[in-house]
Design a binder for this molecule. Structure first.
Ligand SMILES: CC(C)(COP(=O)(O)OP(=O)(O)OC[C@H]1O[C@@H](n2cnc3c(N)ncnc32)[C@H](O)[C@@H]1OP(=O)(O)O)[C@@H](O)C(=O)NCCC(=O)NCCS
Length: 222
């Protein structure tokens, strides 16, 4: 069995665990053995039948552990980047998870450590950056380019050729017009309709989407 460990022990990690179990039912050779989380209060607890093994130091405590890949399952882009970069600095490995109920074009490109949950459609020549998480029921149109560490909440709709920078937090049920560009670190509110380019780190809400404020610290500064 190919063991995997979830990086994060929150709500997204439980959703990813459900996705792993769907992969098992579909015949994939994958075996989750637990969660790694920075919150020491969780260490030793059991969540959905799996233990929270500890923090990243857990990998150094016995030989062989460093061979087990992580799946990055932390919802917030900035927190995910922080933990993933620390894990990469320690030389740990990552793998991706694509739920079996995803329509993934054979011409789409996936980066390292990507998560795509149930019911998503990823179309022709879409490209998904490293450590990006695409939650349930999202549509990623043809030629869409997603940067690294983005989070797409359930029901996001990205029209053909849209481009998202790194770390974009794209809200539940929000959508883009074809070809728009969203800068790194932007936060798109639930149900927003993005009809024009969005600057980096902008928080945007409404239909049509309007900048409400700017997120601090900026994505590039953290
Ligand atoms: C956009 C968002 C990030 C703003 O969060 P915030 O900065 O904490 O904003 P607040 O809740 O303080 O609201 C500020 C104002 O924006 C409005 N607002 C907040 N979210 C909005 C949205 N999605 N659409 C329209 N208006 C919104 C509020 O009503 C409030 O208006 P007011 O000043 O007239 O009272 C957040 O509301 C949001 O939509 N997040 C997406 C959540 C999501 O997709 N979760 C998925 C989890 S799986």
């Amino acid at each position: 069995m190919s063991k995997v460990i979830l990086l994060g022990a929150g709500g997204l990690a439980r959703e990813v665990l459900d996705g792993i179990e769907a992969c098992q039912r579909a015949g994939q050779d994958i075996q989750p053995i637990g969660y790694i989380d920075a919150d020491a209060a969780l260490w030793g607890q059991e969540i959905n039948g799996l233990p929270v093994l500890g923090g990243l130091d857990w990998f150094d405590e016995a030989p062989g552990r460093r061979d087990i890949p992580l799946i990055a399952a932390i919802g917030a882009p900035r927190s995910r980047r922080h933990m993933v970069q620390e894990a990469l600095r320690r030389g740990l490995q990552f793998t991706s998870l694509v739920h079996p109920a995803v329509h993934l074009s054979s011409r789409a490109q996936l980066g390292l450590g990507v998560v795509i949950l149930a019911g998503c459609v990823v179309e022709n020549r879409a490209s998904i950056g490293d450590f990006t998480v695409i939650n349930n029921l999202c549509f990623i149109g043809h030629d869409v380019q997603l940067g690294a560490y983005c989070t797409l909440a359930p029901g996001a709709l990205l029209a053909g050729g849209s481009r998202l920078g790194d770390g974009v937090d794209f809200g539940i049920g929000a959508a883009t017009r074809q070809g728009v560009t969203i800068g790194s670190g932007a936060v798109i509110g639930g149900q927003a309709m993005i009809v024009e380019d969005v600057p980096a780190n902008a928080v945007v809400v409404g239909v049509p989407g309007r900048v409400m404020r700017f997120f601090t610290p900026a994505w590039e500064e953290e």
